[in-house]
Design a protein around this ligand. Structure first.
Ligand code: PMV
Length: 310
């Protein structure tokens, strides 16, 4: 371990293209790692400290010590314990995506931090320790997550993800490069609360909610080849149906619905909320209609940004 050096780690944010919520209950989902995410640096210090900085404006988001009884303090403690990091360190994580908005910021933070700490501790080869540090951190933030955010943060790329009990499977899929726009339409939402809300709904209306999950699963199966073929109208139609299914699960909001409507009216192939809902982001598949949608959102007071997938 070189204690004088500064070590760094990176991780992707994620965009769930299809299948959020249903994925928690064992149905498949399609996710893509985003080119933006989080970058962490680690250096020896007088005491353990984790600082999160918003990479878009340079402002400090939060600071924590591993002894603190906060989600961030506990997550930091989990990362340090899994990587057996007794030597006091300063971990600085710059996050380049909106926080708490369904783009996987907590998994990106944990993955970048765990990678940087592992490099500092000379444990980079031990991928399973890094993975379990990230999973433990995610459980602190999200309760019982499907693991889709962690998988995207660790691996990047686009893939079909399915949870099977404690195990999960991933199947890489090809996405013909395409332009999308993302809009933060609502205030950050609590993923744990939204997942609990849908789970409770499932328990009280098992047949109806089970049918919605089955529909979402069919959309996932149809989306994979459509994404590979670059059949954007088909992908967009499937996105619109998936958004409708999420509305029926009770996780959309008027602001998310309105951002989707505006995008579709401005020519997007399709639009849907992404992540847990209750606030956060929508994304629209735009390709050559990108500028029109960004302009329409701007006119209605929504600010969006563009990305290319994968
Ligand atoms: O953390 P979020 O808001 O991106 O949501 C994650 C997706 C869910 O399916 C709602 C939860 C999960 O663990 O898969």
């Amino acid at each position: 371990m070189d204690r004088t050096q500064k070590m760094s780690g990176r991780a992707c944010g994620k965009l769930i293209l299809f299948g959020e919520h249903a994925v928690v209950h064992g149905y498949p989902a399609v996710v893509a790692g985003l080119p933006r995410g989080a970058t962490a640096s680690v250096a020896a210090a007088a005491e353990h400290q984790l600082t999160l900085v918003n990479g878009r404006n340079g402002e400090r988001i939060a600071r924590a010590r591993p002894t603190e009884d906060t989600k961030l303090g506990k997550a930091f403690n989990a990362i340090l314990s899994k990587l057996q990091m007794a030597l006091p360190i300063n971990v600085n994580v710059t996050i380049d995506i909106p926080v708490g908005a369904g783009l996987g910021s907590s998994a990106a933070m944990a993955t970048a931090a765990a990678r940087a700490v592992a490099t500092f501790a000379g444990m980079t080869d031990n991928l399973s320790v890094i993975e379990s540090a990230v999973h433990e951190s995610e459980a602190i933030f999200h309760g019982s997550p499907s693991g889709i955010d962690a998988a995207a943060a660790l691996g990047g790329g686009a893939f079909k993800f399915q949870r099977n009990g404690d195990q999960s499977s991933m199947e890489a899929i090809w996405v013909d490069p395409v332009r999308i726009v993302i809009c933060e339409a609502g205030p950050p939402a609590d993923t744990k609360e939204m997942v609990q809300k849908v789970t409770n709904f499932y328990h009280t209306r098992e047949n109806a909610v089970g049918s919605v999950f089955a529909l979402i699963s069919e959309l996932v199966d149809e989306a994979a080849p459509a994404l590979a073929e670059g059949d954007w109208q088909r992908v967009g139609d499937l996105m619109n149906i998936n958004h409708g299914a999420l509305v029926s699960l009770g996780v959309s909001t008027p602001a998310l619905d309105s951002a989707c409507h505006i995008a579709r009216q401005a020519g997007a192939y399709g639009a849907k909320l992404t992540g847990s809902g209750g606030g956060g982001c929508v994304f629209a598949l735009t390709d050559d209609r990108t500028e029109d949608v960004l302009e329409a959102w701007k006119d209605m007071g929504y600010s969006g940004f563009e990305m290319t997938i994968p």
